[in-house]
Ligand binder design. Structure first.
Ligand SMILES: Cc1cc2nc3c(=O)[nH]c(=O)nc-3n(C[C@H](O)[C@H](O)[C@H](O)COP(=O)(O)OP(=O)(O)OC[C@H]3O[C@@H](n4cnc5c(N)ncnc54)[C@H](O)[C@@H]3O)c2cc1C
Length: 402
């Protein structure tokens, strides 16, 4: 019998990153993988997301991450006998002025060079042919990728939970990660929980909007913030009772919408809002965003709201994942401890980030994409970093300690 209190890998957090990473780790050869979840599987951001999935990234590496994740979603049924409900709907990222049009066209070149062969710039008339609910007079055109789509976030939680069970991952719910033990060389030797110590030489830290707190437990500082993000679904309308209709993103302000249950699901964050945990729906802001959507989709005007929720999303000011070795505030690497976060893009990049996290935790290398610019060492003392992904929600500009 294996010792119950030892593991080849301990994963902190049973969200989409920790969940899928634990499965990938077993596929990579890790025999005993334990996942610690302080609440219940999926109770963080992962069950509350809007489910938008796109390969239209703003850098070659995030394009690769999106493509990897979409391929994974498509392969799930064959691999695991279950899936996250990926639906290919296509995605239109609007250009509303000349500058945006120029940037969009340049992005298409970059994305095609990065391997996303079917992305193209389309004018407003073609966009309205693809999505007849759009008023073509309200925008110039946009970039369009027919292979983008959405997942069903609760179904994704179910999918990784089933895959974890089948892979014999040991999920310990209601078991908080409290910290690590290290040896004389500073390397991790164990993980502390309220039930005692789990002996291990490898730990993968996740935590989504709680990642900063998780980091503090190992004396690491992650430049990840947490802020309210709101999603609502309109009542049904026959115009949305279709199998396929491209999702739309107004990148300039961070408003997106897509088909959901015969109506439209739309979501956004308020970039002017102070970071912190979401506690309630901000109705005035929600209605302002709804009105903004009506500008593009006049037919949605007058539709009631069927459901709405506010949840806490994690973000990083440069909008890029954080993956790789973990160092303390003093700058000392903690051998054996790895971090993985998709910083607010856990549906579109989650599988790829989870795979990278598992790969780096077990072997120090990954083939998903070039991750050399995504380490926690890219930030200066104030949390500034040298690059960013321009296709993202407009989150607060800083994630430095409050
Ligand atoms: C409203 C909303 C809409 C979104 N829409 C989209 C979208 O359309 N597309 C997209 O790509 N992304 C979207 N996101 C972002 C996406 O949901 C997240 O990026 C993703 O779910 C994060 O996954 P995670 O596993 O890192 O974190 P989580 O799902 O939050 O999981 C982290 C887990 O760690 C656990 N934990 C924390 N501390 C500890 C501890 N000390 N010990 C043990 N466990 C601990 C938590 O309980 C939690 O279950 C959205 C998010 C929100 C909130």
């Amino acid at each position: 019998m294996p010792n119950r209190d030892s593991a080849d890998l301990v994963v902190v957090g049973a969200g989409t990153i920790g969940g899928w990473a634990s499965v990938f780790a077993t596929e990579h050869g890790a025999e005993r993988v334990v996942v610690l979840e302080r609440g219940e599987s999926g109770q963080g951001a992962s069950s509350r997301a809007a489910g938008i999935v796109r390969a239209q990234g703003g850098t070659p590496q995030t394009v690769a991450l999106g493509m990897w994740s979409i391929d994974f979603y498509r392969s799930q049924r064959e691999r695991y006998g279950t899936d996250s409900g990926f639906r290919e709907l296509g995605y239109l990222i609007l250009a509303t002025d000349e500058v945006q049009e120029r940037e969009a066209k340049a992005r298409v070149e970059m994305q095609r060079a990065a391997g996303l062969g079917d992305v193209r710039y389309i004018d407003a008339a073609e966009a309205a042919r693809l999505n007849p609910t759009l008023d073509p007079a309200t925008f110039r055109g946009g970039t369009y990728a027919p292979g983008d789509g959405c997942v069903d976030p609760p179904r994704n939680v179910r999918a990784y939970s089933i895959a974890m069970q089948r892979a014999d991952v040991e999920l310990r719910e209601r078991t908080s990660f409290l910290g690590i033990r290290t040896g004389s060389d500073g390397a991790v030797t164990g993980v502390e929980t309220p039930e005692g110590t789990i002996a291990t030489e490898r730990v993968l830290l996740t935590g989504g909007p709680k990642l900063r707190e998780v980091g503090a437990l190992v004396d690491a500082r992650f430049f990840v913030g947490a802020v309210r993000h709101q999603v609502a679904v309109t009542e049904p309308h026959e115009a949305f009772d279709v199998e396929r209709q491209p999702m739309v993103f107004e990148n300039a302000i961070g408003l997106y919408w897509r088909l959901e249950e015969g109506g439209l699901l739309f979501g956004m964050s308020n970039p002017d809002e102070a970071p912190g945990q979401a506690r309630e729906v901000d109705w005035p802001y929600l209605h302002a965003m709804e009105e903004r959507m009506h500008r593009y989709v006049p037919i949605a005007e007058g539709l009631g709201i069927r459901k709405a929720w506010a949840a806490t999303i994690e973000y990083c000011p440069d909008h890029l994942p954080i993956v790789g070795p973990v160092s303390t505030r003093a700058g000392d690497e903690i051998p054996g401890v790895t971090v993985a976060t998709a910083v607010g893009h856990g549906m579109m990049w989650g599988p790829g980030v989870a795979k990278i996290g598992a790969d780096l935790a077990l072997t120090d290398m990954t083939e998903v994409t070039d991750v050399s610019g995504w380490g926690m060492d890219r930030f200066d003392e104030e949390g500034r970093s040298p690059s960013y992904d321009p296709i993202a929600l407009p989150f607060p500009v800083t994630a430095a300690d409050e």
